[in-house]
Design a protein. Structure first.
Length: 139
């Protein structure tokens, strides 16, 4: 299989195998007006198998979403065919408008215009807590 290189865009690499569609959905990549390539189950010497997403445009990404889905993701910025920047994701301390509270009594359920906020409470277990009602959410 041959996927062309990109001249100006973003490469999301080292995505845990099978997680690329969740990244695609959470980042809203279906709304883009550029080419987006999803490579699933690519061979990797470090990970065994991994997913890769190539975006043929320089766009703003919500890096907190990437860190939440998989803290091992790397983001490479490509300009004029050359990698100019590489970022390693980490588990975000706070998530804004990524998760929705499951507590039916939470104010964010009743007031849909409120921003949903979750705070990291246990990094080892990847547990987040609703900033409004303190309901726990773990991945």
């Amino acid at each position: 299989m041959n996927i062309d290189s990109i001249q100006n865009g973003i490469v999301l690499d080292h995505i845990k195998s099978g997680a690329s569609m969740e990244v695609y959905r959470l980042l809203g990549l279906s709304k883009l007006d550029c080419s987006v390539a999803i490579i699933k189950n690519a061979k990797s010497s470090k990970m065994g198998r991994k997913d890769i997403i190539k975006i043929d445009s320089l766009i703003d990404l919500d890096l907190d979403v990437l860190g939440y889905v998989d803290p091992g993701i790397t983001v490479s910025i490509i300009k004029d065919g050359v990698q100019v920047e590489k970022k390693q994701m980490k588990l975000p301390k706070k998530l804004t408008n990524v998760l929705k509270c499951k507590n039916p009594r939470c104010i964010t359920v009743a007031e849909s215009q409120l921003v949903s906020e979750f705070v990291l409470t246990n990094p080892e277990k990847r547990t987040y807590c609703c900033a409004y009602c303190e309901t726990e959410f773990s991945r």
